[in-house]
Write a protein that binds this ligand. Structure first.
Ligand code: ADP
Ligand code: ADP
Length: 220
């Protein structure tokens, strides 16, 4: 089953062509790395996928729904880890996950969700006292609430130390093994290759290659 399907997708901001006729499909269960330097158009693609921004041309659909029309219906099946997530002042890790559980209107145990990202023992601490790696894992925990079929992660390992990035990648592999489709945006190949089966390289809004990691290595 196709989860993400972009056809001739373009987005223009004034003089800037943020996305230039992108064709891309991601199948269910895939871990897909969306790789490109800053300004390549990664966030724009994610903004369209989540229904926040309309494309200038072409279509992007998720689970067979056009993101332009059915953004809300589709978002219920997507867990999003936004770039540079900052926790709320004075709220514990548990509070954050409880908030996500209430917003998504699901019945889950916050302790279980926090266990999946290794934060069970830190549940009661204020999340603003967490290390950067812990904050990212908390943001991931919130994204995991509701067991989404698709996880969209915008630079989930950027700014983490090697240890924190490795912990994050381990959890993402576990989620992939559970069957979630993962869309992992990053500007660092090394961050993506340990998690992803397949990679797309975006440059100046154009998808210049899509291949397996092994295939890319051969091409380089
Ligand atoms: P990335 O996420 O890969 O860093 P972005 O999607 O954020 O790339 O940006 C792609 C290009 O589109 C950049 O040149 C950026 O400045 C431009 N851009 C993104 N959003 C807007 C916007 N709302 N208004 C104007 N230009 C934008
Ligand atoms: P990223 O680091 O992923 O590229 P950005 O910091 O470029 O993200 O963008 C953050 C937000 O600002 C996005 O919603 C993007 O659409 C918007 N944005 C990016 N570039 C511009 C721009 N040149 N003008 C206006 N908004 C922009």
């Amino acid at each position: 089953m196709t989860v993400i399907s972009a056809t001739d997708l373009s987005k223009r901001y004034g003089d800037v062509l943020a996305l230039d006729r992108v064709d891309l499909t991601v199948e269910a269960g895939e871990t897909f790395g969306f790789l490109g330097p800053n300004g390549a158009g990664k966030s724009t693609f994610i903004d369209i996928l989540l229904g926040f921004v309309a494309p200038t041309d072409g279509t992007l659909s998720v689970f067979g729904h056009d993101c332009r029309d059915d953004g809300v219906a589709v978002r219920e099946r997507i867990g999003v880890l936004p770039e540079g997530y900052a926790p709320f002042d004075g709220l514990s890790g548990r509070d954050h996950v409880e908030y996500a559980i209430r917003s998504k209107d699901v019945d889950e145990d916050p302790a279980d969700v926090l266990s999946r990202v290794g934060l069970r023992d830190d549940a009661a601490r204020s999340a603003t006292d967490y290390s950067k790696g812990m904050r990212q894992r908390l943001a991931l925990a919130m994204a995991l609430v509701g067991e989404p079929d698709l996880l969209v992660l915008d630079e989930p390992t950027t700014g983490l130390d090697p240890n924190g990035a490795a912990e994050m990648r381990t959890i993402l592999r576990e989620e992939a093994d559970r069957g979630a489709t993962i869309f992992f945006s990053s500007h660092v190949l090394e961050q993506v290759e340990a998690v992803c089966d397949r990679v797309g390289i975006l440059q100046n809004g154009r998808l210049i290659a899509t291949d397996t990691i092994a295939g890319l290595r051969e091409a380089i």
